[in-house]
Ligand binder design. Structure first.
Ligand SMILES: [Zn+2]
Length: 258
């Protein structure tokens, strides 16, 4: 039983309510460890039968509404739903890419009129911020938090509240899977350290976001980021994350069937 009411982690004014990490509760998810030790949240009942959610008393109703209205509601219209239903992939495939990289087709954000890219930025910023600033638990396990550190947490918090523009020392890039059946899972954010900056990853069905944080983020990541105020780019390609997650879930299924 909770003995005291927690204050909202974002506005720091109102009392928090019980909230889901991924608000669209349509995701039946499970957190477990993948080969590389990332917590993997898997939709559906194929691996573990559970409807448990990642949840916490962390945000107030107003701030939940803010995150929904400025990002989440829009973004989840475009994620992969089931075979043949992946709106964002469909939109991209109808357009001609602006260029090809080794592993992906690259589309200039300014030419994709159907989506509100600022909502994708707000959504991803919100997820990275929430994962870091809040304490989330899943199936009685506490998920790692505070990955961003104080400074970045504070900057993203201000951006989410509309008190500042997107921070200069960060960038968010976005890749869309070009697979017919991307794995329908949510992967809780995890991060790695590179020379002079941090790389935070997050995956929802069919879409991977990366948050780059630090003063030495390579220029081309900033330029191709969706957080670039001049309009960045979206990548369409095969994600290494989904490959890994697929292998993992196959292995798990085998285990269960034996
Ligand atoms: Zn609040």
């Amino acid at each position: 039983m909770r003995t005291s009411v927690k204050t909202c982690g974002l506005c720091k004014e109102n009392a928090s309510v019980d909230s889901h990490f991924i608000p669209k509760a349509t995701y039946r998810i499970v957190a477990t460890k993948s080969k590389s030790n990332h917590p993997v949240l898997i939709k559906g009942n194929k691996i573990v039968k559970t409807s448990a959610q990642v949840r916490s008393y962390f945000l107030c109703k107003d701030c939940e509404g803010r995150l929904n209205d400025l990002g989440e509601n829009h973004v989840f219209r475009y994620t992969y739903k089931k075979t043949g239903h992946f709106k964002l992939q469909k939109i991209l495939k109808k357009l001609s890419p602006d260029f090809k990289s080794d592993s992906a087709l690259v589309y200039s954000v300014n030419k994709i009129s159907k989506i509100k890219i600022d909502h994708f930025v707000h959504f991803a910023a919100g997820i990275f911020w929430k994962a870091s600033a809040g304490e989330w638990s899943f199936l009685k396990k506490t998920l790692k938090n505070h990955q961003l550190g104080n400074m970045y947490e504070e900057q993203l918090g201000k951006f989410l509240m509309g008190d500042s523009s997107f921070p200069e020392n960060m960038a968010i890039t976005m890749s869309v899977s070009n697979e017919r059946e991307p794995i329908p899972i949510v992967i809780f954010p995890w991060h790695e350290r590179r020379d002079g900056f941090f790389v935070h990853h997050f995956y929802i069905p069919g879409i991977e976001f990366i948050l780059w944080a630090g003063n030495l983020i390579p220029k081309h990541f900033k330029e191709t980021s969706i957080s670039n105020p001049l309009g960045g780019a979206i990548f369409l390609g095969n994600s290494s994350i989904t490959r890994e997650a697929k292998e993992y879930s196959k292995a798990k299924l085998k285990e269960r069937n034996h």
